[in-house]
Design a protein. Structure first.
Length: 141
């Protein structure tokens, strides 16, 4: 059974480009072994990530993320059984936030900043899908 899980978290410490790329490289190496696909968005200390795959594999990965000392305030935004993947082309892609039009954020929230803690999970997923479709996504497998 396939599931889609979306979560948000705050980085405990600042994440530089090198560390972010290391996270993406590790995800791209590990995720295919477990049948997991997804996309990561990081901006101003906040991670939003969508993970897709088998229920057990996605749950195990999410539990590791929750226990990871680099994350704080981990919040499950949505968790759904799905018939097909939306992000099947990415072992782990990254939304390129510096190409994003801030007006897109205003469409879904009170300010032009990425804050999944201030909106519902449903709104977060809609925003994330639009981020993926309008911003460039790096790291296709």
């Amino acid at each position: 059974m396939l599931v889609r899980l979306m979560y948000a978290s705050r980085a405990v410490a600042a994440i530089g480009d090198d560390e972010l790329h290391a996270i993406l490289r590790k995800s791209k190496a590990d995720n295919p072994k477990h049948g997991i696909t997804g996309v990561l968005c990081y901006s101003q200390g906040i991670f939003i990530q969508v993970l897709e795959g088998g229920r057990g594999a996605v749950n195990r990965l999410y539990n590791r993320i929750v226990a990871d000392a680099r994350h704080a305030d981990v919040v499950l935004l949505s968790y759904d059984e799905i018939g097909e993947r939306r992000f099947a082309g990415w072992s782990m892609g990254q939304v390129h936030m510096n190409r994003l039009n801030p007006a897109l954020l205003l469409k879904y929230s009170e300010t032009a900043t990425l804050d999944p803690y201030a909106v519902s999970g449903k709104v977060s997923l809609a925003l994330f899908e639009e981020l993926v479709s309008t911003a460039s996504v790096m790291g296709q497998s």
